[in-house]
Design a protein around this ligand. Sequence first.
Ligand code: PMP
Length: 452
Amino acid sequence: MNLAASLPMPDAATDLNLDPYWMPFTHNRYFKRTRPLDRLMVAADGAYYTTVEGQRLFDCLSGLWCSSLGHRDPRIVEAVKAQLDRADYVPAFQVASPDTFRLAERIAEVTPENLNRVFFTNSGSEAVDTALKIAIGYHRLRGEASRTRLIGREKGYHGVGLGGITVGGMVANRKMFAPLMVQGADHLPHTHNLKEMAFSRGQPQWGAHLADDLERLVALHDASTIAAVIVEPMQGSVGVVVPPLGYLQRLREICTRHGILLIFDEVICGFGRMGDWFGAQAFGVTPDLITFAKCVNNGTVPMGGVIARQEIYDTFMQGPEYMVELFHGYTYSAHPLAVAAANATLDILHADEVPRRFGELAVKIEDAAHSLRGEPNVIDIRNCGAAAAIEMAPIPGQVGARGLKVFEEGLKRGMLLRFTGDTIAMAPPVITTQAELDRMFEAVRASIHAAA
Ligand code: PMP
């Protein structure tokens, strides 16, 4: 099929009324004023998007970290189509599809130790809020109802639910909504320190001691008030902030010492990107709860979830059987199309050895990313698993403007990049070839020059 011939023509886009759609996490006014045709996508295939003008853009961030196998793998497409022919929707409460039980079992097979009970949501934000509720409920059921305090990290990103922004530490996500946030949250210091760790390759040597701040918070509030600590093993959304060597281990030790649950928010790390199934295995630290989303089904249909240690699940499974143990769930929890896409994705992750291949890609990404050292305004380069970020000095007084400029220059060079502030993040799909990787980094280099 000639894809280009079947696409809507730019005229159709020129006539588009851009006003009614309130775009998420987007400069709406700038977008609507400039009407960028190279940002209107009409098709996705493998590692590329096609714009309304027929331009092919390399997908440098696997969608939004979610399409890690590339787009429209026929095995996923077929599974979703077949599901649609069988059942479009099955209620999530009191009934379920057998495929959902199979999916939960298969997820439990690839998690560490006894993290083997899976609750499904539709997004990472919902997964985070669910995990926080499970943590608080768990303590209450064990007779420790005073454990309600939640601890996140500065610069952490845990989605946009009220629980997620409470424990999150990206200021822009929080400041408008402060009065609504869950009471009693605290934040550990972030581990993003340009003075001590700029241009580290992989995990920085410096910074494990920052985990000890948790002891300070325990002393301040008393462990009997603290429910959980939540961290992203590798922080993707803030721009690939990599955990210092030993940092997550120390957090684990302190949590265990004080009976605090440790939650790994693996919405980005889960299902292969770190070179292992989860960040937990890649970094050798086992949390009590894992949140996931995105790559569980390659971003095909919205899905997220929480994986709990069996003991946490068992704690809920008490009281009379006529009572619902956890009064929580979503109409679209374990939506049949999402489940079908996830089961097909797991088939591929196994058959194509995706975690291992991401590990191989990681080595190439590290070398290529660090070759940009010394380019104009580049003040840090970070890499972790099959992901890298290039941080640039902001234009004075205009934080984020340089990031936007590099993003736009990237589009001119056939690259759909992602920027957060003045940091460019890259996490291409596992099918990326060496030639594509080289092209991507050369385009980033040229874009940085053009934006200098
Ligand atoms: N947690 C983390 C670690 C994330 O990276 C994200 C999304 N980037 C979320 C939560 C929120 O996920 P969603 O956008 O699916 O709600």
